[in-house]
Design a binder for this molecule. Structure first.
Ligand SMILES: [Zn+2]
Length: 326
């Protein structure tokens, strides 16, 4: 783990390295940005560089401190994650107790990382605030969140904000393909996520490849015999574990119709369903451009209805029926 393994977040890393270089780093940071943009990795890379014996702007990777961080057994780093749905005041108290004991530790600095910091209960946040108000020059706090606005303003004003930015699909795709992930899955995943880590996670869950296949099957069936499409919904979607991911199914439908638009606009090199290129090329001109755009809108509407917890099978069925040619 080092800053070199974090891609596309130059501004965040520059901010952190400025502090390391000058020794004038902040004692509280808020790492904020969309899920999967590398905030957690950056927190560990920063912690490692701070603890590293070499005291450079990145960790050396070979000293004993660096090796202890890599083995996840460095006692100078504490991590807090939500206990159930929230971070509770007991967790913050326990943390403060740990730091009180370890004040005699030989490490130059100690760090604590709070993941999903927006999930702190009000009492936990107030307890943390007191901790931040008595600055200890040897303690560094890193709060990780995808929603900095959800943190107390009093916490925000005491911490330096480190922004993590969403990455564009074209930035992510080549890297993931180079790492050996199947390109058909990569092209879809980078459209649905904002960061490398999030894209990797999506590619690696079992249901993603599966739901992508079902979506392609449904798209093909619904242009022919609508009844077989409705049967597929019943057999493969509503009663399986895929039922939890119908919003992703519809996101994929949006990308499918967008591919048709891309082919019609002579930009076929940008299509997402690269393994279906032949089929996409064949049917792209079977409808007017405006019809494909309206299909995209219908898919988005159905996705929003499912997210709003409308009966999923109903929403999906009426979406597929609305795709039928009149
Ligand atoms: Zn080192």
């Amino acid at each position: 783990m080092s800053f070199q393994t974090i891609y596309g977040q130059e501004r965040a890393i520059r901010l952190l390295q400025n502090g390391l270089r000058s020794g004038n780093y902040s004692h509280a940071y808020i790492f904020q940005g969309p899920p999967g943009t590398g905030k957690r990795r950056a927190a560990m890379a920063f912690a490692k560089a701070l603890l590293c014996e070499q005291q450079l702007e990145d960790s050396c990777g070979t000293c004993i401190e660096c090796r202890r961080v890599d083995n996840y057994n460095h006692t100078a780093i504490q991590t807090i994650t939500p206990d159930g749905t929230t971070i509770k005041i007991e967790q913050i108290r326990e943390l403060q107790k740990q730091f009180a004991y370890r004040n005699t530790s030989t490490s130059a600095v100690q760090l604590y990382i709070i993941e999903e910091a927006e999930r702190m209960s009000i009492s936990a946040a107030n307890s943390l605030l007191k901790f931040l108000e008595e600055p200890n020059s040897r303690v560094v706090a890193i709060l990780i969140t995808h929603n900095g606005q959800a943190l107390l303003p009093t916490i925000r004003s005491r911490a330096q904000s480190v922004p993590f930015v969403p990455l564009a699909p074209r930035q992510m795709a080549p890297l993931l393909i180079q790492e050996g992930f199947p390109s058909a899955l990569v092209q879809a995943a980078v459209q649905l996520t904002a960061g490398i880590e999030a894209a990797k996670e999506l590619i690696q869950v079992n249901w993603f490849a599966e739901i992508r296949n079902v979506m392609i099957q449904l798209a093909k069936e619904s242009t022919g015999d609508i009844h077989s499409a409705l049967l597929t919904v019943q057999q493969k979607l509503t009663k399986s574990e895929l039922a939890d991911h119908l919003d992703t199914l519809l996101d994929l439908f949006v990308l499918w119709f967008k591919d048709m638009v891309l082919v019609q606009s002579d930009r076929k090199e940008r299509i997402v369903f690269i393994d279906q290129q032949e089929y996409v090329m064949k049917i792209a001109f079977s409808r007017e451009l405006s019809e494909w755009v309206s299909c995209m809108q219908k898919a988005m509407e159905a996705r929003n209805r499912i997210r709003a917890h409308v009966n999923a099978q109903l929403a999906l069925d009426s979406f597929l029926v609305s795709m039928e040619r009149r």
